[in-house]
Design a protein around this ligand. Structure first.
Ligand code: SF4
Length: 438
């Protein structure tokens, strides 16, 4: 009879759903089915079982073909690449455990790397705003139980975080939200009519890039002061209706995504969204939470926060941490030709960076540590497949609301495969030996 593993945590998006059930075959080695997960979450588990999965590192040859190498050879190449580089870039860190991130930090410090995570192209502006002005926040558990006014600003959870609305924000019956979605008013702010926007009580279809103006107008409306006839394409009457809706709730929450972190204004949009949340706290309880993407991008910021004092865009090349987004961010470093080697783990810059940056990765000595074949592995000189964190090895990850959750191991990795943590520990050990400090 199939064995069911319960209370499994999904290692895909920042929602970190912790109620999955995974059915295994009689041997306990093969995943048959994943229950409770959304389509993207389930696919991650099932993908670990793919027949054509790589189980050993491979090195790109002169003619572009790949040659299998041992893990020891991969460790040697990576360690030498990092030691030989004057300023290596170590990028990613968002789809792995906090303990792997921690060993990676030690490695980065040892070789004087620039270290950056995927926040650099998503919620980096949020982190800057939070450092500038602080943040009134809450946990997703509080939202499920209390929030009766829910705003989704520049995000589309119906597609990007498919179970967010059903587990936490719109549909669950909470202690004070006993009627589920009927207890709540939903406002969506998005220039596009997304599937999330179609579900909203109020959809503010603002003009592209005018988030700052609209947030300012909502602040004015909350105070009951006079507005121009329209702001960002939205009539004053509708803006007042939204302000009144948010003020009249018992608990309002603003969830926001890359539609606002990366539109015109960037971190200033988040500054003012936090100001709106603070203003609302004069009338009711209100919180604001970023919709983080990778399942442990939040943990990466936490680990570097403890260890270096900054959550992303770290420059350790002078032997102490410096932080200057826009200068020490991955794309700026790549485009300015300031880094001479690229190490990627737990992310796919090949799919998300501008083509100019990807071309630079292709030209430099480069290593990609990833269980999947990705655009990044395709342009890297060495590809090191590793065990899936949250499927084949456990480890701590931080949910989008900064709650740490221990992910579970469900099945064994293919025989002889290393985990991120094991590979990083071997590279660190080798780097110390090469430098004569071990
Ligand atoms: S919403 Fe996110 S964490 Fe939850 S099952 Fe889907 S992908 Fe996984």
């Amino acid at each position: 009879m199939a064995k069911i593993v319960t209370d499994v945590v999904c290692p895909f998006c920042g929602t970190l759903c912790d109620d999955l059930e995974v059915a295994l075959d009689d041997s306990g080695e093969k995943i048959l089915e994943v229950y409770n997960a959304c389509a993207i979450g389930a696919t991650k588990f099932l993908h670990s079982q793919a027949e054509d999965r790589l189980t050993r590192p491979r090195m790109k040859q002169e003619d572009g073909s790949w040659k299998d190498v041992t893990y020891d050879e991969a460790v040697e190449y990576t360690a030498k690449m990092l030691v030989d580089a004057k300023k290596p870039l170590m990028y990613g860190w968002s789809s792995t455990s906090c303990s792997a991130q921690s060993i990676g930090s030690e490695l980065g410090e040892e070789v004087g790397a620039c270290m950056d995570n995927t926040a650099t192209v998503c919620h980096g502006s949020t982190l800057i705003a939070v450092q500038d002005v602080g943040v009134p926040s809450a946990t997703l558990g509080e939202i499920a139980n209390r929030a009766d006014r829910v705003v989704f600003w520049g995000c589309n959870p119906a597609h990007a975080h498919p179970r967010h609305m059903s587990r936490y924000s719109i549909f669950p019956r909470g202690f004070f939200t006993g009627k589920g979605s009927k207890s709540r008013k939903m406002v969506v702010v998005d220039p596009r009519k997304t599937d999330t926007a179609k579900m909203a009580d109020i959809h503010l279809q603002l003009e592209q890039g005018r988030d700052y103006e609209l947030l300012s107008a909502i602040r004015i409306a909350i105070r009951g002061e006079k507005l121009p006839e329209t702001v960002a394409g939205i009539p004053a009457k509708t803006i007042k209706e939204v302000a009144d809706t948010l003020k009249s709730g018992r608990f309002s929450v603003i969830f926001f995504g890359m539609g606002v972190t990366h539109s015109l204004g960037k971190n200033h949009n988040i500054d003012i969204a936090i100001a709106v949340t603070r203003d609302l706290n004069d009338y009711t309880k209100a919180a604001i939470i970023p919709m983080r993407g990778h399942y442990n991008v939040t943990g990466s910021g936490q680990v570097w926060g403890w260890q270096f004092g900054y959550p992303f865009c770290l420059d350790l090349s002078r032997g102490f941490p410096r932080y200057n987004p826009g200068d020490s961010s991955s794309n700026d470093l790549l485009i300015r030709d300031e880094v001479d080697a690229v190490f990627t783990l737990g992310s796919d810059p090949g799919a998300h960076f501008p083509v100019g940056s990807v071309k630079k990765i292709a030209q430099l000595p480069s290593v990609c540590i990833d269980p999947h074949i990705t655009p990044t592995s395709a342009v890297s000189k060495l590809h090191v497949p590793v065990a899936f964190v949250g499927v084949e090895v456990g480890g701590c990850a931080y949910r989008m609301d900064n709650v740490p959750i221990e992910t579970r191991k469900v099945v064994e990795p293919p025989e002889g495969m290393l985990t991120d943590e094991e590979f990083l520990a071997k590279v660190l050990d080798r780097v110390k030996k090469i430098k004569g400090v071990a």
